[in-house]
Design a protein around this ligand. Sequence first.
Ligand code: AKG
Ligand code: FE2
Length: 239
Amino acid sequence: MFRRKPAPATDIDANTDDGDQPSRHRAQIGRKVAAKLSRNPMVARMESECLTLYMRDDFVSPAECAQLRAVIDAGARPSSLFSGTAEADYRTSDSCSMDPGEPPLDAIVARICALMGLDRAWGETIQGQRYQVGQEYKFHWDFFPVNTDYWPHMRAQGGQRCWTAMIYLNSVEAGGETCFPHAGLSVPPLEGRLLMWNNLREDGAPNQESLHSAQPVAAGAKYVLTQWFRERPWKARPE
Ligand SMILES: O=C(O)CCC(=O)C(=O)O
Ligand SMILES: [Fe+2]
């Protein structure tokens, strides 16, 4: 008798609600990117037992940084949070979604993806942020908690966030460090520096120890670009 073969098992099952669970697929992304970055002599791995974090200085030139700061100045609006405005003082920076066609940006995103070995289709729209004196982004995780009303939408858009790539577009006079308290790391903003970390554990589940903050700026202003990568291609508007 003819029997239809079962569909091959796949780890990349958009219908599996496993955003808070270990996942072979997400674990594999973590390993693949870490292996690529570890092989690169220009990239430094920051020492931590509980977090996978890499740094590459002089990734963006001073001229490109200046150009991008001007774009952020022109487009910055008060930052929003997925969780709405309940904790309005949580992320006090101004931010803007960057047009990927904006001249230096297209090339920079391509360079980030080449460095990390990630497909740019998996990256969300890159975000620019500007923090002025006293502004900050309090302790948070970049991965999505699955017990929220927005998770089903995020899942349909490309699932859990895996890696974050962040570029400092200027050196800040005082303050503005990115702090990872569990890893005991505090990274000072340095113009052109790219920071990359995995928000997930080795088994692909969210890493609670990836908690981080942008410390308040004490003097001057701080400009950053953030590129968040999903576990699948990112769709701005899922069908
Ligand atoms: O500005 C920083 O140092 C951190 C920004 C951040 O954590 C984020 O955009 O998710
Ligand atoms: Fe963050």
